[in-house]
Write a protein that binds this ligand. Structure first.
Ligand SMILES: *Cc1c(COP(=O)(O)O)cnc(C)c1O
Length: 350
């Protein structure tokens, strides 16, 4: 950070270039293009695919609304696809059933740190390009293959709380396709091909600055270690919550446990109990995109999304971050168990 300050070069310089190639290398992608944040990464990926007004983009409605914001920013419209009961990620059968001639792209969100069923989703998408939203899945894998290199483009956020976080906003788009990489590169800076010469309509100002890149280069070295610790915490929760009568999230060796999410029909009571024990919790996410006030009057989910809606009513996120100590995980698990266990019984969670 001192070197960046002393250099006097703060935007699109050597740190950014080094980070782009280091992060692309980490993913095994040929190209990385730094952008200002994860939502811009999604928007610029859509623009690079030349999606626009009149086009439909398939996406899920239980992932915080980021893809919806990107889709609406380019004047396209979302086509909401329901999620699978277990993984809470996009259901490939629902995608295959819903995809139509106006569907020009699919955004798959690797929710909570788990890679969605990409082989099935890519098959369902057929020739329609797939964008991966990897903002919760830095380093997550499926069958050994990392998030971000399955589809046409992979989009990452470096918001401070992500598994790889900057000291401000940041994002990157990775791709194996040099034409798409060049388009994102141009779009992130006014549509320029070189200084003051614009070749792409829809250009933006969306750059990753040198200070963020310098920090990210250092923190990238600790990403795997942090992911291992998050996964360990998730395993501990799964063990200690096994008697709590909740639906816990599956944690495979390839998940990166961005969030540890359980499901409970008594969510609000559980959150109150945690709050009185001074334990923070959150809900990711309480309102599905198609039921948001900003979607009023639109018919983007005419058929309804029963699994999505049930998830949004039941999910609750427990503390899960690398700095959390085992005793603290145990304390949280105990608080959850004492709320969930029937009063006459002893808690047999661990
Ligand atoms: C955080 C997040 C984003 C958005 O990233 P920003 O950098 O905050 O714009 C997009 N998608 C998902 C799934 C996220 O969790």
């Amino acid at each position: 950070m001192r070197d960046v300050l002393a250099s006097g070069w703060y935007i699109l310089g050597p740190q950014g270039e080094a980070f782009e190639s280091e992060f692309a290398g980490f993913c095994g992608a040929a190209h990385g293009v730094g952008v200002a944040n994860g939502t811009d990464a999604l928007e610029l990926a859509l623009r690079a695919l030349e999606i626009g007004p009149g086009d439909q983009v398939a996406a899920v409605a239980n992932a915080g609304g980021y893809s919806t914001a990107a889709i609406r920013a380019i004047g396209a419209e979302p086509l909401y696809i329901d999620v699978e009961e277990d993984s809470m990620t996009m259901d490939s059968r629902a995608l295959a059933a819903a995809i139509g001639p106006r569907t020009r792209a699919v955004i798959v969100t690797h929710l909570y740190g788990r890679v969605a069923d990409m082989p099935a989703l890519l098959a369902a998408a057929g020739s329609v390009p797939v964008i991966e939203d990897c903002a919760q899945a830095h380093g997550a894998r499926l069958c050994g293959r990392v998030a971000g290199v399955w589809g046409a483009l992979g989009c990452f956020s470096f918001y401070p709380t992500k598994n790889l976080g900057a000291v401000g906003d940041g994002g990157v788009v990775v791709t194996g396709n040099s034409v798409l990489a060049a388009r994102v590169r141009s779009l992130r800076q006014y549509g320029w091909i070189s200084k003051y010469r614009s070749i792409s309509a829809g250009g933006r100002n969306s750059r990753l600055d040198e200070m963020q890149a310098a920090v990210l280069r250092v923190k990238l070295r600790y990403l795997e270690e942090g992911n291992v610790r998050r996964r360990k915490i998730a395993y501990l929760y799964n063990r200690w919550l096994s008697g709590a009568g909740l639906k816990t999230s599956a944690v495979g060796n390839e998940h990166v446990a961005h969030l540890y999410v359980v499901r409970s029909a008594l969510r609000d009571g559980l959150r109150d109990a945690l709050r009185s024990a001074s334990i923070g919790s959150d809900v990711h996410y309480p309102v599905p995109d198609h039921l948001q006030e900003s979607a009023r009057g639109r018919r983007w989910a005419a058929g309804g999304l029963p699994v999505t809606e049930r998830c949004c009513r039941e999910v609750v996120t427990l503390p899960c971050f690398p700095e959390l100590r085992d005793e603290e995980v145990r304390m949280v698990a105990e608080a959850v168990c004492s709320f969930s266990a029937p009063p006459a019984e002893t808690c047999l969670c661990y």
